[in-house]
Design a protein around this ligand. Structure first.
Ligand code: C5P
Length: 228
């Protein structure tokens, strides 16, 4: 039906930001609120899709934005490794896979079993050795199911539109997703904010859409593009 353009379609979307533990009380994280991914989950459910939201440390106040929408299955995760496992499991049966979560590129090589204390480092600050996390999106692209559409996000700091599009193009080519949603982030833009401005690039890095507005409006514009 016209009001259920995604009826019968399975969609999985990740949202939020991973936290990589340093010790039992500390982590390396980022400022992603999960709002854009949650808005996509809601909009897709409203269009009839069967939606799984893989939520990386998304605050309950943000998840409440799903209230009143058709059911969305929520899988909470913490670390990049947990996010990867959840996405790979869900992607096996999904027609549309959207990686909106901000994933830590690195994690501490080891997690201290007890709290790191200043008293244990009297002479110099401790150092945290990092190891690289897998690129989840690239892994999903490598195992893409026949007919599956995969969407990535790229949050970039850029001085100009030209630089932003250049960074986006390089990332589109590197990741191999069908679409890459590029947005500018900084101290005052992007993360945590209710509004957003994005450029959507195709697999070769060509811009196919610009959208600006609330995260709900951006979600609608993106799903319109996917519905075509
Ligand atoms: O390389 P960058 O982090 O900018 O790429 C962003 C895109 O890649 C997002 O879709 C993000 O969810 C995904 N990503 C990932 N695994 C990582 C890093 C990023 O899936 N380790």
């Amino acid at each position: 039906a016209a009001d259920r353009p995604l009826g019968g379609v399975r969609l999985v979307v990740s949202a939020g930001g991973t936290r990589e533990p340093i010790d039992p009380v500390r982590f390396i994280g980022n400022r992603s609120s999960g709002r854009q991914g949650v808005a996509i989950a809601r909009a897709a459910a409203e269009r009839g899709a069967s939606v799984e939201l893989v939520a990386a440390n998304v605050e309950s106040a943000v998840l409440e934005e799903l209230d009143g929408a058709p059911e969305v299955r929520i899988t909470p995760v913490g670390t990049a490794a947990e996010l990867q496992a959840a996405m790979e499991a869900a992607a096996a049966a999904a027609a549309i896979v959207i990686m909106a979560a901000a994933v830590a590129d690195y994690r501490p090589a080891g997690v201290s079993p007890g709290k790191i204390r200043k008293a244990d480092h009297p002479d110099a600050p401790p150092t945290i050795e990092l190891v690289q996390n897998p690129d989840i999106l690239r892994g999903l692209v490598a195992r893409r199911q026949p007919g599956q559409t995969i969407v990535g996000f790229a949050a970039e700091t850029a001085e100009s539109e030209e630089e932003l599009l250049g960074l986006g193009r390089a990332k589109a080519e590197r990741k191999g997703a069908d679409l890459l949603v590029v947005n500018r982030v900084g101290w005052t833009e992007g993360f945590e904010s209710v509004r957003n401005a994005v450029r959507v690039l195709d697999r070769s890095g060509e811009p196919v859409l610009r959208a600006e507005g609330s995260k709900r409006e951006i979600a609608a514009a993106l799903l319109d593009l996917l519905g075509r």
